[in-house]
Design a protein around this ligand. Structure first.
Ligand SMILES: [Zn+2]
Length: 273
C-alpha cells in the first residue's frame, strides 16, 4: 500500500523492479504505444493494452498477447481462491501500457521504479512485447491487492498486503519457499543493521530505492515464515481471521500464538548470521 503523494492521498500498491533490466528495456524500445488501447474480456477481467506490437494475429500478435495476459490473470484468480478462498468481485479492469508510456505517465514522483500498481479497482502494468515471467508475476502480485481491497479495504497493513502479493507472485511461477539469494540478502541487511522495522511498514510510502527492495523482501519473509509454520491452510485461516476481526495482531496471536513483534523477531532470528 502506498500513497502516491501527499497531495492526492491516493493509495496504491507498487511492485518494484528488483532486476536491473529496466534501463535496458527502455533503451531498446524508444518508440511508445499510440494511446489506442485494444480491449479483450475473460470471465473475471477486462484487459486494455497499448503495447507496441507489430501484428494483430499470429503467435507474437496482439490477440495472442491479450489472451496470454487474460489466461495468467485467470490463474491468479484461481490461486487466491484456492489458497485463501477469497476473490475480488466483478470484473477487474487491467491496463497494460507500453513501457515508455508507463514510465512517462506513472514512474515520476516515486522514489523507486514501479512495474505495476493497483488503485481504485484497476490494475495498471508496465508491459512488454512478450508476456514473460516478470509480467506474469506482476499480474499475480497486483491481483492480490485487488482481492485485499475488495474483501477488507484499509484493514491490511502494508507489510501484510505486500507480503501476500509477493508470496503469490512467487507461487505463480512454482516457488513456494524463500530461495538462498533472498535469505542472504536479508542476512546481510541484518548484519549491516539496515532492517526496516515492520512498525514503519504500515504503508510503503517514502521508501528509498534501497530500502524498498528490502521492505518487500521482509514482508514476503513474514508470509513465508507463516506458511512454513502452518501451511497454506494456516495462512488462509489467519487471513480470514484478519478480515473478520480487522485486527492483525489479535489474529496472529489467535492463529499462530505470536504478536506482530514476535513474528518479526522470529524472522530476524532465523536469518541472523
Ligand atoms: Zn504490491
Amino acid at each position: 500500500m502506498l500513497e502516491m503523494n501527499s497531495r492526492s492521498q491516493l493509495w496504491i500498491c507498487l511492485l518494484i523492479l528488483f532486476l536491473s533490466t529496466v534501463s535496458t528495456q527502455i533503451h531498446a524500445r524508444p518508440k511508445g504505444g499510440d494511446g489506442d488501447f485494444t480491449k479483450r474480456d475473460s470471465p473475471h477481467f477486462t484487459v486494455y493494452q497499448d503495447v507496441d506490437l507489430d501484428h494483430y494475429s499470429g503467435k507474437d500478435g496482439i490477440r495472442a498477447f491479450e489472451r496470454s495476459v487474460l489466461d495468467h490473470l485467470e490463474d491468479a484468480y484461481k490461486n487466491t481462491y484456492k489458497i485463501l478462498s477469497l476473490r475480488a468481485g466483478g470484473k477487474i479492469p487491467v491496463e497494460i501500457y507500453d513501457p515508455a508510456v508507463f514510465d512517462k505517465q506513472f514512474n515520476r514522483g516515486f522514489n523507486y521504479t514501479a512495474v505495476g500498481f493497483y488503485h481504485n479497482r484497476r490494475i495498471r502494468v508496465r508491459g512488454d512485447k512478450k508476456v514473460d515471467i516478470h509480467m506474469i508475476q506482476t499480474l499475480h502480485h497486483e491481483y492480490v491487492h485487488a482481492v485485499v481491497d475488495a474483501v477488507a479495504p484499509g484493514v491490511f497493513p502494508g507489510w501484510l498486503n505486500e507480503g501476500l502479493a509477493e508470496w503469490f507472485e512467487r507461487y505463480a511461477v512454482g516457488r513456494k519457499r524463500m530461495h538462498g539469494g533472498e535469505a542472504n540478502y536479508l542476512r546481510l541487511a541484518i548484519m549491516q543493521k539496515r532492517w526496516v522495522p515492520l512498525s514503519s511498514l504500515t504503508t510503503f510510502s517514502n521508501l528509498s530505492n534501497d530500502n524498498a527492495g528490502l521492505a518487500y523482501l521482509e514482508s514476503y519473509a513474514m508470509i513465508d515464515y507463516l506458511v512454513r509454520k502452518k501451511g497454506e491452510r494456516g495462512l488462509r485461516d489467519f487471513i480470514r481471521e484478519v478480515i473478520r476481526t480487522k485486527n492483525v495482531d489479535k489474529s496472529l496471536k489467535r492463529k499462530y500464538k505470536l504478536s506482530i513483534a514476535e513474528l518479526e523477531q522470529a524472522v530476524i532470528a532465523e536469518n541472523s548470521p
